[in-house]
Ligand binder design. Structure first.
Ligand SMILES: [Cu+2]
Length: 374
């Protein structure tokens, strides 16, 4: 509108006509620039690690680039992705790029036995696909999902910036990624086992850590937060930030035709919701799972899926409270810093585990060989 008005004003003389032509040419180049797809190429390993989920729980995981959650992959809509995945573990895996359509490319959908043979121990497999769907998508293993996805941490965010963002998205000052999942401690040291409906998940986490190992979400008044919530694991979660309403703008990457306000949002396995929240109420405010038993660690209240929004300059009123003492040593815990970096894949050292040496390796191999003969 504004540009046509400028052109209208400037075509009143000959020189103006030339100016308008140049303007149109520049506009055309600018539009072509935004639509140009880039090639993005990554290499990733899958490693056997252990991570500290809670103060009293270390857990064996299959970890993309050695970390849980997996590295952020941040690209632009339309980009062409090439991902080389090397399996350094004792069991087969794949990657399903959850949300991506794989149009005319279904062999890259990452389902063992349907679209490919699983990536065996020691093998490298290369995925190539177009990031067609924008928004909050993700990637996860598709082998033995009831174990590998439900409680071995095989998931990470694939954030695809839209070519045409909504006006409200342009106001966002801070991106916060929360991948919600749970753990059954009886399988903590039994990598390669577990994953039945009889499992009893007794630890619940945000980005793979249970309170008090979660970290505060630091904000300042005037910030506009975009909270991207993922049902990465097995349980449902009802996320409730105190003191603020959330404007739910996207579901599973798709912009909602009628965004709506909520102060609690139910997130099932596989689902993603984007919430835009105005930081207009300075204080310290809980953010927690309202499935009340999910704020426990092994049955003890005061753990699990819990963190807080902490405005700059606000001090806790209760000395020695667990919330005041919660971990606070990773400014990238919610991927906020990584989301500000240039497009690509971004590791996070804080999420890295320690490598397993040989724990259980022979048992897993024996079980896998046994399976292969049936
Ligand atoms: Cu797997």
């Amino acid at each position: 509108m504004a540009i046509s008005r400028i052109i209208g004003l400037t075509t009143s003389n000959k020189r103006g006509g030339l100016f308008a032509s140049v303007m149109l040419l520049m506009l055309g180049l600018a539009l072509a620039g935004t639509a140009r797809a880039e090639q993005r190429e990554f290499s990733m390993t899958i490693d056997e690690m252990k991570i500290r989920v809670a103060p009293d729980l270390e857990y064996q995981v299959f970890a993309f680039n050695g970390q849980v959650p997996a590295p952020l992959i941040h690209v632009k809509q339309g980009d062409d992705i090439t991902a080389h995945i090397t399996n350094n573990t004792t069991l087969p895996h794949t990657i399903h790029w959850h949300g991506q359509y794989q149009r005319n490319n279904w062999q890259m959908d990452g389902v063992p036995g349907v679209s490919q043979k699983a990536i065996e121990p020691g093998e490298t497999f290369t995925y190539t696909f177009k990031a067609e769907k924008s928004g909050t998508t993700w990637y996860h293993c598709h082998v033995n999902v009831s174990e590998h996805v439900a409680m071995r941490g095989m998931w990470g965010p694939l954030i695809v910036d839209p070519v045409k963002p909504l006006p409200i998205e342009k106001k966002v000052t801070k991106d916060v990624i929360m991948m919600l999942s749970s753990w059954d401690s009886q399988y903590a040291e039994r990598l390669g086992f577990g994953g039945s409906p009889l499992d009893r998940h007794n630890y619940f986490s945000i980005n793979g850590r249970s309170f008090p190992l979660t970290q505060p979400i630091h904000v300042k008044k005037g910030d506009v937060l975009r909270l991207r919530m993922f049902g990465a694991g097995e349980e449902i979660h009802a996320i409730h930030p105190h003191g603020h309403d959330m404007l739910i703008t996207h579901k599973d990457g798709n912009a909602l035709p009628a965004p709506y306000y909520a102060d609690t949002i139910l997130i099932g396995p596989g689902e993603r919701y984007d919430a835009i929240i105005e930081m207009d109420n300075p204080g310290l405010f809980m953010v927690h799972d309202h499935v009340d038993t999910h704020v426990t660690n092994n049955g003890k209240h005061g753990g699990g899926t819990m963190t807080m929004i902490a405005y700059d300059g606000i001090k806790p009123v209760v000395e020695g409270d667990a919330h005041a003492g919660m971990a606070d040593d990773d400014p990238d815990y919610y991927y906020s810093d990584s989301m500000k970096k240039s497009y690509g894949m971004h590791d996070n050292g804080h999420f890295k585990g320690t490598p397993l040496q040989n724990e259980g390796r022979r048992e897993r191999k024996r079980a896998a060989d046994h399976d292969a003969h049936h």
